[in-house]
Ligand binder design. Sequence first.
Ligand code: CP3
Length: 354
Amino acid sequence: MNVVLKNDLLLRALLREPTPRRPIWLMRQAGRYLPEYRATRARAGGFLQMCTNPEIACEITLQPVDRFPLDAAILFSDILTIPHAMNLGLEFEAGEGPRFERPVRSAADIDKLGVPDPGRELKYVIDAVSLVRRELGGRVPLIGFAGSPWTVATYMVEGGGSKTFGVIKRMMYEAPRDLHRLLEVLAKSTIQYLNAQIAAGAQAVMLFDTWGGVLTPAQYEEFSLRYMAEVIDALTRQADGRRVPNIVFTKGGGAWLKKIAAIGCDCLGVDWTTDLATAQLAVDGRVALQGNLDPAALFATPEVLRAETLRVLASYGDGPGHVFNLGHGITPDVDPERVALLVATVQSHRLVPA
Ligand code: CP3
């Protein structure tokens, strides 16, 4: 596994070390906007079939890295692999999003949940990580990931995606202890899962807290941030003689960046509703920042997309510690040519050394 890493810009930027230019990767960089992804999905038969087959997961992970000169690969998988391994009956209907046959609604449902063994129930993910590392041959670093305990819990309790989060919020108000027990099992599961990904070759890891932003500030601290802190605290810090940096991304968490930075993570993901200059003031140089182009800017004309990209670069400035990304995932209706332009614009931007 000790192949020399030829491009380590991402790892350096995540640790706030100086780099000659900004590294860039994109959330959901492997996905439906790519014709090669749609072709592989048609062949595999469905999303879960792709996730659970290490050869296919590896092939899809590499698709965006083969097409664009991105500075990182992110494992192709999903945040719902953990509840899938907990036997809740996960299904993805085409165009429908995730559904659980057996959602978690009661104390008794929570009692039944065990911590999945990454070497068994989640072996397909760990095997995919090893395979991707081998196939990448040190081209760029590989990012592993998991959902935050809170965000994964929303899917388990709601039984799928939600607009109002009425079921889990009712549990939060009526039976907070039950919800805490669920979040605790998820935190333990996430620690083992991410550490297994690191042991298999993930060189950085990211926690996706997509739904932390639907909570009040006090609820966010109690039900989301606290469990992410528990996970970050227990992560393997060093592998292959290098630090394994971690990224925490709470969508809609712009007002809480200072608190998030204090849990000991290396980098914060920032969505497009917070200016990076404002985010820098909030975290005061303690963590790196990742983001934050509005994903919809990829629908703009090439000129406007370029201008918006330069605006994001300028809002961070020339200091170390910025990983360019979108403020959330790329959407299926994006033209891959726009992505090529975005990557070229970021990579031709030279930083002025201090
Ligand atoms: O970023 C990457 O390229 C890595 C792969 C990745 C996927 N999902 C692949 C995927 C990652 C990091 C995720 C994380 C994920 N999954 C999140 C958190 C990040 C975010 O986007 O907010 C969430 C909330 C999920 C749960 C999930 N998975 C939903 C709600 C959906 C349906 C919505 C949709 O876009 O279709 C998925 C499916 C999914 N996960 C797809 C991909 C490429 C689309 C599946 C398909 O139809 O081909």
